[in-house]
Design a protein around this ligand. Structure first.
Ligand code: FBP
Length: 565
């Protein structure tokens, strides 16, 4: 029987149990640090724009792929001082990247030190850091969240910010900085690595692939961490809603899912839960569908199900959808330009009516008409501040409400035309923040710990401008392979804020890829019949087939991606 103190203790039983979980490492990393051999491949090229990027990254371009294996090294156990940054949106497993990095450093040399920069890249610029010791790390092992040091979205871009980052790194006598972030943050890591080299600072920079969105992936990065746990968390909730819908048989649920531009999360959740409709932004764009056509697509499922007496169902909507509907994309682009032209002036316009009046003179007629046709609450959401990387904050646009309202209107028309006889009652949901700080699944716990440990090994071998990479992720963890990918290898040039900038290529859903094709083969059946799947909650303790399974996306993609390498 628990004591009163135990019942009210300030950590949950699960948290206490997760502290004791020992993340699995690839066999190549599980021995002593002197038993790790480094194998370097041939020089590499960037994904595109090789000539320009070679010019841009004069000192760090074209490094070879790095692979770790069992073997001997000349001793990588020197004393190191490393600073770590959590950058951007939270993703389950961030604490384990830090734990893996810390354990590697200490295993290499007990005198090594790990600093955590507070509140994201801003902590490096402003020299706000704390020393992470064993007690602190132990408090966060295998837990969700980024609260150990906090995160932030500051972008290191101005000359002053680069100089301030170097000043901090020198003041703390750092050998290396590790940036845990998504595509934008790792682009920043590459720029910082180049800058430190140019300044002859001898300070290395290593990145780690983070984001629930799953859009930081390519031949060498099989998945970003956090995608696994976030999708499993959302799928549990969607499955619960599906079961509720199938029990009460009275609601259509419109569920928006996070993921920014890419629809990987929506697609993975659809594969896990088999909803009636799942919109895929990349497909909507490739077919050039208008907002009305998207609404018709949803109505087709609702009317056909109503014919069978099923006036309930589930629709999944990726949060970036509006940016992929050509007319909406044009509207957003024009709004971005109009607001960016005089941001201070626009910020001072307090009333929505006056904002509309201002915009009527700065955007095209069709875009203005479209903006006006939106419900005022939704139209307002298109005008909120952009994030520091210039992105529209799609998580703040209530697409699920917009679509639900438009579907309701269209169904009224269909009813008048005697083409629909059903009843339509709907509920809206947005799942995003619910999944970003969940306790990491075993997959994310192991993957993140291995990434952090790999970051240490890359540093210990003296490499810079690399992203830690752990691959072969559909095999048991002992068979995973670890190493590093030169960040420049994943880059191309893209138009950003009016000029071409080097960036890591964002991975969107590929319409000829196995996950989409699998979904495409089934969705017409799901649209009419009730084929819901109820995945249930993430399991942390139990047989590996229940606890360690990776996402369907990675299982479907990997055999094809391997042939590509
Ligand atoms: P990252 O790209 O930084 O990993 O962030 C992912 C994300 O969760 C997106 O899915 C979402 O659009 C965005 O962050 C929300 O940002 P914020 O936390 O600033 O509201």
């Amino acid at each position: 029987m628990e004591t009163v103190q135990e019942v009210t203790m300030n950590i949950s039983i699960l948290q206490k149990m997760r502290y004791a979980y020992k993340p699995k490492l690839p066999a190549g990393l599980s021995g002593g640090v002197d038993d790790i051999a480094l194998k370097l491949g041939s020089p590499t090229e960037s994904a595109a724009d090789q000539k320009e990027l070679r010019e841009f990254f004069k000192l760090t371009y074209g490094k070879p792929l790095a692979a770790f294996g069992k073997g001997k090294n000349d001793g990588i156990g020197r004393e190191l001082k490393v600073g770590v940054i959590l950058s951007g949106g939270q993703a389950p497993g961030g604490h384990n990247v830090i734990a893996g990095l810390y354990d590697g450093l200490k295993k290499g040399n007990s005198g090594s030190l790990l600093y955590g920069f507070l509140g994201g890249p801003g902590g490096l610029i402003e020299n706000k850091a704390l020393v992470l010791d064993a007690a602190k790390i132990d408090e966060y092992r295998n837990t969700g969240g980024f609260d150990i040091i906090g995160s932030g979205r500051t972008k290191i871009e101005s000359r002053e910010q680069f100089a301030a980052s170097l000043k901090t790194a020198k003041e703390l006598n750092l050998n290396a900085v590790v940036i845990i972030g998504g595509d934008d943050s790792n682009t920043n890591a590459a720029l910082l690595a180049e800058y430190f080299e140019k300044e002859g600072a001898g300070i290395q920079v290593i990145g780690c692939p983070k984001t629930i969105d799953g859009d930081l992936k390519n031949k060498y990065v099989e998945t970003s961490f956090g995608f696994d746990t976030a999708c499993k968390t959302y799928s549990e909730l969607i499955g619960n809603i599906e079961r509720d819908a199938n029990s009460a048989k009275k609601y259509w649920h419109f569920i928006k899912l996070m993921g920014r531009a890419a629809s990987h999360i929506a697609l993975e959740c659809a594969l896990q839960t088999q909803p009636n409709v799942c919109l895929i932004s990349e497909e909507v764009e490739s077919k050039g569908l208008s907002l009305d056509q998207v609404v018709e697509h949803i109505c087709a499922s609702i009317t056909r199900r109503a014919e069978n007496g099923d006036n309930f169902g589930v629709v999944l909507i990726p949060e970036g959808l509006v940016e992929f509907i050509p007319e909406m994309k044009k509207l957003i682009g024009e709004l971005n330009d109009a607001i960016a032209e005089s941001p201070d002036k626009f910020a001072k316009i307090s009333s929505f009516i006056d904002q509309l009046y201002y915009l009527s003179r700065h955007i095209s007629d069709p875009s203005y008409k479209l903006l006006q046709s939106l419900p005022p609450d939704i139209a307002r959401e298109f005008l909120v501040d952009r994030d520091p990387h210039g992105n529209v904050q799609v998580s703040r646009i209530e697409t699920e409400k917009l679509l639900m309202g438009m579907v309701e209107k269209q169904l009224r028309v269909l009813k008048e035309e005697k083409l629909y006889k059903g009843k339509f009652n709907a509920q809206t949901h947005f799942f995003g923040y619910e999944g970003r700080c969940a306790f990491p699944s075993n997959f994310d716990s192991d993957y993140c710990y291995s990434l952090g440990y790999s970051a240490f090994v890359l540093i210990a071998f003296g490499l810079t401008g690399y992203l830690a990479s752990v691959r072969n992720l559909t095999a048991p963890a002992a068979e995973w392979t670890a190493g590093g990918v030169p960040i420049t290898m994943m880059m191309n040039l893209e138009q950003r804020h009016g000029s071409k900038k080097p960036v890591i290529k964002k991975a969107l859903v590929e319409l000829d890829g196995a996950p989409f094709k699998t979904f495409d083969a089934e969705r017409d059946t799901w649209a009419v019949k009730t084929c819901f799947l109820y995945p249930g909650a993430i399991q942390y303790f139990g047989p590996p087939e229940v606890c360690d399974e990776p996402t369907k996306t990675i299982k479907l993609e990997l055999p094809y991606r391997r042939n590509d390498v």
